[in-house]
Write a protein that binds this ligand. Structure first.
Ligand code: MV4
Length: 450
């Protein structure tokens, strides 16, 4: 059993992990950059270690400093949160070489899922439905054109190492193929040092549905239903909900079992998310994330489980505290991501919080590291809080979201909060009638970016 865990992250997710540690009677160690000396995660942890200057590359991404912080404090395990080093297979290897435990999947699973061609090939073999497309990588333009003709346009060319929409190009017709193929390749090379690409049929109006999975690393795995994360801007999620408003219990059980069985087959350990595009009643795998995700609280809310506690348990070699049969959905949950950004252009807006008041009451969870007088540093992600609401059904969750949005006070900086009140006035949001393009179209029509 761990006595002490180091959290290699900052902000709300660091607090999230510290909270789980405290409930489990485990000591927590915060690490921080010089810019974060006054951050809430440093205040809340049992101990803290400064690991470097403000830039993420020199602090929260600095593996040597983080390992040294473990040795200095006697922490036996590292929780990576999300982002930073959470999906870095080399980091996992180094942690293990130092006799420490990474709270997360194995280096091998991170590596497999980090390369999208390998991930897709693995999922096909495990019986997970995928988007029709090339078998593996596409070596040259001639092959790409041949595949385009065979599959029928539109198609999408994706860099195997891609992420965040980088290295991804749609070819609407054969005429677009040369530019799309060459651009996807060049972006893969420039951003990830890997020019390998693959091709898929382009789905025009899907929803983004992701399945939460969890494994014990010993051949047992469960699913915790889906989240609908279709409302995105520039590949950043804005509003997430569980269960998905368009997914039936039968569909959930079917795709959930496929995912859980796949994870059991590979002895997956810890939390994972299997991402699908969902169109016309069909699920198509696109990628897998081998980390705890930002939006995990909506799943926790409807299942009444603590995913971080479970991550720590399985990392200690303990079984999960539930089986598939124990997992039952209770009600509906919605999360909105509060960013320090100025609308309408979503310009990052760091600065000093002159007043902060968190919303509360039944069915309201506010995960944030803000406090009165806190200065948001300009060096990191603009996410400053997540408001998660839970209700007995979707209308109750929506009403609670509107109510909680009315209670929040974040003064001194601009935030994305006004966006959510505006979204709640839209019929399509109230009825759940949206797909991956809905938000961008709505912003174009309603925000008139300057
Ligand atoms: C697609 C697609 C349509 N067809 N693949 C975007 C980022 C990466 N995670 C996968 N993405 C997409 N892959 C096929 N075959 C459309 C997208 C996509 C998207 C997916 C999920 C959420 C928002 C999106 C916004 C634009 C494009």
């Amino acid at each position: 059993m761990f006595d002490k865990i180091l959290i290699a992250n900052r902000g709300e997710i660091a607090l999230r992990v510290i909270r789980a540690c405290r409930e489990m009677g485990i000591q927590s160690v915060a690490v921080h950059s010089t810019a974060d000396a006054d951050a809430m995660h440093v205040r809340m942890a049992d101990e803290s270690v400064c690991i470097g200057p403000p830039a993420g590359t020199q602090s929260y991404l600095n593996m040597a400093s983080i390992i040294a912080a473990c040795e200095v404090t006697g922490a036996q395990a590292i929780h990576p949160g999300y982002g930073f080093l959470s999906e870095n297979a080399n980091f996992v290897q180094i942690i293990e070489d130092h006799g420490l435990t990474f709270i997360g999947p194995t280096a091998e699973h991170i590596r497999i899922m980090g390369d999208k061609i390998t991930a897709k090939d693995t999922m096909i073999k495990l019986g997970v439905p995928c988007v029709p497309g090339s078998e593996g990588g596409v070596p040259d333009l001639a092959t790409a054109k041949k595949l385009g003709e065979e599959m029928g346009y539109p198609v999408i060319i994706k860099a195997t190492a891609g992420g965040g929409g980088k290295g991804m190009k749609v070819a609407e017709t054969a005429e677009d193929m040369e530019i799309a193929f060459m651009t996807a390749r060049a972006e893969g090379k420039a951003n990830f040092g890997n020019d390998e690409v693959y091709i898929e049929k382009y789905l025009t109006t899907p929803r983004h549905i992701e399945i939460q999975v969890f494994g014990d690393g010993k051949g047992n795995a469960v699913h915790l239903g889906e989240r609908d994360c279709s409302l995105q801007r520039r590949h950043q999620k804005v509003f997430e909900e569980a269960p998905g408003p368009c997914i039936t219990p039968e569909e959930r059980a079917r795709i959930g079992k496929i995912c859980a069985d796949a994870m059991a087959d590979i002895n997956y350990i810890g939390a994972g998310t299997i991402e699908f595009l969902y169109e016309n009643g069909e699920f198509y795998f696109i990628e897998m994330n081998t980390r705890l995700q930002v939006e995990h609280p909506v799943t926790e809310s409807i299942f009444g489980v603590d995913l971080v506690r479970e991550q720590i348990r399985v990392a200690e070699g303990l079984p999960m505290s539930f089986t598939q049969d124990d997992l039952e959905i209770n009600g509906h949950s919605i999360e909105v991501r509060i960013n320090a950004e100025k609308l309408p252009n979503f310009t990052p807006c760091p600065g000093k919080i002159s007043q902060y008041h968190a919303p509360g009451g039944l069915g309201v969870r506010m995960d944030s590291a803000l406090y009165d007088g806190y200065s948001i540093p300009p060096y990191y992600d603009s996410l400053i809080g997540k408001l998660i609401v839970h209700g007995r059904d979707r209308p109750e969750a929506l009403a609670r979201l509107a109510r909680a949005l009315g209670e929040i006070i974040i003064d001194g900086i601009d935030t994305s909060l006004p966006l959510f009140s505006a979204l709640l006035a839209e019929d399509d949001i109230l009825t759940g009638n949206y797909n991956i393009h809905w938000l961008e179209k709505w912003l174009e029509a309603n925000m008139a970016e300057g």
